[in-house]
Design a protein around this ligand. Sequence first.
Ligand SMILES: [Zn+2]
Length: 178
Amino acid sequence: MKKSQDGELLSFVIPIGGLKLGTYSYNYSINQLFFSSFENSIIQNGNVEVALELEKRASLIELIFSIEGKVEVECDRCLEWMEVSISSEEVILLKFGEEESDEADIIYLLPDTQAFSVANLIYEFIHLAVPISNSHEDIGQDCEIDIKQFLVEDKIEEEESENTSVWDSLKNIKIEPN
Ligand SMILES: [Zn+2]
């Protein structure tokens, strides 16, 4: 992926200033190279297709991202890489002006902005599309965790919850005033 001198991914830069009013389509194939250009990316590999519909109107630009594909994330149990499917749609409005916005889906740009990179948005949206928890379906098969270890952990958790219940019952003891 070609980068500009300040490290921007050039193929994601849209020359918004030069576009006439109307709709435009862009397609991006996201892979390992894309993720590797972001430091500390939780996702390091994947194959994601991003279709972007851009509509330039007189007062604003609407961006509709359709994201579809697979990414590799760590399994919560065994910490091995596993593939998860993602699918999402996100809408962002680009407005021109000096205003500030608290709204997450509006980005204000200076009126004379000529180019806008969608790389950071695509990066964020892909991460947002990943489920919060991910683990292999079959422990001991796909999931490369040591089953004995897993059972021991379960037992410890049980003992802990027993301890908690002792404290809970103590809390319920009412001390009668003399
Ligand atoms: Zn696993």
